[in-house]
Every structure is written in structure tokens, then in C-alpha cells.
Design a binder for this molecule. Sequence first.
Ligand SMILES: Cc1cc2nc3c(=O)[nH]c(=O)nc-3n(C[C@H](O)[C@H](O)[C@H](O)COP(=O)(O)OP(=O)(O)OC[C@H]3O[C@@H](n4cnc5c(N)ncnc54)[C@H](O)[C@@H]3O)c2cc1C
Length: 414
Amino acid sequence: MTPGLSAGAEGRSALDVLVVGAGPAGSAAATLLARAGYAVAAVDRAAFPRDKACSEYMSPETVRLLDRLGVVPALEAAGAAAPDGTVVTAARGSRLHGRFVLAGAPPFRPTGLAVSRRVLDHALVLAARDAGARVLERTAVEELVYDRGAVAGAVVRDAGGARRVIRARLTIGADGLRSLVARRVGRRRYGRPRRLAFVAHMDGVVGMGDSAELHVGRGAYAGLNSIGGGLTNVALVVSTALAARARGRVEAFFLERLGRFPGVHERVSAGAFTRPVLATGPFAAWSGRVVADGAALVGDAADFFDPFTGEGIHSALRGAMLLADAAGEALADGGPVTARRLGGYRRARRAAFSGKWAVERLIGYGMLSPALFDRAVGRLGRRAGMADTLIGVTGDFVPARRVLNPVFLARMIL
Ligand SMILES: Cc1cc2nc3c(=O)[nH]c(=O)nc-3n(C[C@H](O)[C@H](O)[C@H](O)COP(=O)(O)OP(=O)(O)OC[C@H]3O[C@@H](n4cnc5c(N)ncnc54)[C@H](O)[C@@H]3O)c2cc1C
């Protein structure tokens, strides 16, 4: 079904669902709701394929969700790499190596996927179109429209500057970290730590193995991840205060700061940038409310803590799946899509993500103390199976309680 778009602010909604943002969260929500037979349009201010600052690492559990969306063959055909886990090196040299296959629960497959967001996000947009959703590129949402206090669609502006209203029974905010929809309906809060990320694609980085790498320094960390085709994704995350020194000299700042990570600098300086360094942040954004009358939030628009534990793509896809289930029911009888009728989505998110949120914060705040962090990484690296368990938990296929229990936590520190 190809939905029509209402041209004016008047009249009944021609659409069931308007999705704002066609990144992983938005495209996945559009695909699933269109597959369920609803009239769906997604708008994105970008034109796909487009780049996105991201380390581009996905666990086997994320691959399971991508498989449900039908895009894995396209990613593999594009030359995606297949990471088998992660190596973490702490500031004083402690090291852990966690592998998916040893994590204590069977992963969907032995390896994850790592591929440029140009490829991933484009494949997800094509899947949404194949499912029957209309995807409008170079079309930005400028404001929401309301009907008796409920969200009823949005004012969009196309590439030619023309504005119009698109009305829908449900408006999904999947517009990322700086979400306009979340600022309007989500009681948006920003917290600590205040960090910015710089992300490069480089050719010729030496010594890359089959696992992704995280290198933690004082107040900063770096990630190295093979993304196929001989390219390495190199990410640097620093405090917002330090990031101010990058102004006007991003590549020089990037290489200088990587120089502070033993075992990274020589390997990276052998390489060459293949696209401009992208910057993004700050993170730690949280929507106190993910449903409102006529609206719901998903992906980074709902919450995003910090890139260190990765898996934002997993949260975006899983959140979209939970939302599609709840929204499908709320839309089914043709009545208004109220916050109350979407309440199942809020509860499902809490059940699915609360353990992971706690683990992310445990790691994120633990990193603020380099001595403690080094000690924990050392313990996890030496004690059989602990690093693998942690990689399974951060990879979303081992329950968080395997880490969030007194025995594991004591063995990690003592
Ligand atoms: C440095 C860094 C590294 C990361 N590394 C990883 C990793 O290795 N693995 C992982 O799983 N996750 C990682 N993440 C997290 C991951 O990138 C995000 O969680 C994920 O992209 C969220 O998807 P999304 O669809 O919610 O938002 P996005 O991917 O940001 O998509 C939002 C879309 O909305 C569009 N948009 C925004 N505003 C408007 C508007 N007003 N009108 C129309 N369109 C709009 C944008 O153009 C964009 O296409 C990382 C994040 C950062 C910052």
C-alpha cells in the first residue's frame, strides 16, 4: 500500500503513522508498521546514503534483529566485517578480551557485523520502502502540529524550501540525539558525563585483528573497529571541555590525542583518512516520557547514554520492534492513539532495557576513576569467563543479572 499525504492542515489524517527520522529506529518502525498494513511515511532531512558518526560495531544479537528486517544479505554483499568480540585496554595497561561464542549463552551467530552507516542505514531505508512505507528524503520536520492537545503530525520543509503539514494518527520521533520531537513531548533531560566524539574512516591502520578494540585513557577513550574493505573505524571520545581545542583543526587534534593511547598511535598514523572526521555529542540524553497522546519516541530520541558500551543500533531496532507491537494494537480499531493506549510500549522498554541501562551506567561512571577501572579490567581479564560474560551482556544476548549480582561485582573489584 502506498500511503497518500494530506496536503493541508485541515481534514482527516491520510496517514496512520508519520515517522520523523529514517535512521535505524525510524526505518525499522516504518518497515514493521507498513508490513502490518498501516499507511506509513517516514521523513528524513538527509538524503541516503548518508554518513553518521558511529563506531559501526554490532553484536550477534543486533544481527538477529537485522535478519528480521531482511537486510543481512545486503550488508554482507557490501563487504561488512564480522567482529568476534571486543578487547578493552585500560589506562594502566590492564586488558580484557571478551568473545561472543564464550559468553555463556548461545549468540544468534558466532560473529557480529561491522559496516559503514552509509551502507547499513541505506539498506534499512530500502527495506522500509520494500515494505510499502513512503520515505521522503531531504525533508525536515520543523514543528509538530496538534489537535485538541494531541500530536497530530508535523510541519515539514522539503529541499526546495516548501513547507506543508503532514497529518497522521501517530507521530513517531526517531530523530536521534537532538530530537525535536523529544524536546516537544519527551521531557528531555541532558546529564553527565558531557563528552564529544570524533569518528574517522581510515585506510591502512596496521595490526587489526578479528575483535573490536577499546582503549581507555585519562578522561578519554578510543575505539578501533574493522568495517570491511580494509577500512578501520577510528573513534575518539573526549570531554566537551577538551573537544573545544579541536576547533578549526579537527584532524590534527584527532591524531594528537590518539598519540596518548599506547598501542594506537603508531598503528593509526600508518593510515590515511578516507573521509572527513565527523564530530557529534554531547550524549547522556534521556526522555522522561516516551509516549504522549498521538506520539511516541524511539532510538536515541528516547535515550542514549554513551558510545562506550555501543549497541545504540540494537536499542534503536529493539525499541522499534517493541513500539511497532504496541502501536499496531493502538492503531487497530481506528480510534485516537492516546498515551494510555501506548502505555504497553513504555512498560516493554523498561522490561527490555532496564538491566542494560544499569550496566551502561556502572561502566560509564566506573571509567571516571582510572585506577578503579584499571583494576576491574585486570580482574575481568584474568578471571575465567568474566570478560566473555560482560561482552555477552553489553552485546544484549546474556541477561544483565549475570553482571548485576554481588558475586560478579565482588570478583570484579576484589
Ligand atoms: C561516537 C558514537 C559511536 C557509536 N558507536 C556505536 C556502535 O559501534 N554500535 C552501535 O550499535 N551504536 C553505536 N552508537 C550509537 C548509534 O549511533 C545510535 O544509537 C543510533 O544511530 C541510533 O539510531 P536512531 O535511528 O535513533 O538515530 P540516528 O541514527 O541518529 O537517526 C536519526 C535520523 O533522524 C534524522 N533527523 C534528525 N532530525 C530531523 C528532523 N527535524 N527532521 C527530519 N529528520 C531528522 C537524521 O537525519 C537521522 O537520519 C554510537 C554513537 C556515537 C555517538
